[in-house]
Design a protein around this ligand. Structure first.
Ligand SMILES: [Zn+2]
Length: 130
């Protein structure tokens, strides 16, 4: 009996690993293997790896980051980085009152704009490669 529990736990772990490797069909939404080229459920060809990526406008990403730090990153789908930029800029904004922010705020701002532009270009290049 105890052995059976062990076996079923093992198979559950295997099943979880399998789920982690799976993605969802872009047509019917059913779970399929991440390396499947064609969905076994509906037969629609999958674009592997880049299916979560959509073309980005580097100019728009830069303008978004120009308007608000981190916004361009969020547009690019880099949510963690975007919110990190926002958090850093809030701190830098407060640091303006002790003058340090007058230096760090524009630097991080410029990095954010540049990063948003470059990341958008990289995403487009990745899509073009596929
Ligand atoms: Zn499908």
């Amino acid at each position: 009996m105890e052995e059976n529990v062990g076996v079923s736990l093992d198979s559950q772990v295997v099943e979880m690993v399998k789920i982690n490797e799976s993605v969802f069909c872009r047509s019917c939404g059913k779970q399929i293997r991440s390396d499947a080229e064609i969905c076994p459920h509906c037969g629609v060809r999958q674009k592997t790896n880049v299916q979560s990526l959509s073309p980005k406008n580097p100019g728009f990403a830069a303008v978004a980051s120009f308007l608000f730090a981190g916004l361009g990153q969020i547009y690019n789908g880099e949510f963690v980085k975007g919110f990190l930029f926002m958090a850093i800029q809030i701190i830098n904004f407060l640091l303006i009152f002790v003058f340090i922010g007058m230096i760090t705020y524009p630097i991080v701002w410029a990095i954010g704009i540049y990063d948003a532009y470059k990341t958008a270009e990289k995403i487009n290049a990745k899509i073009a490669e596929a």
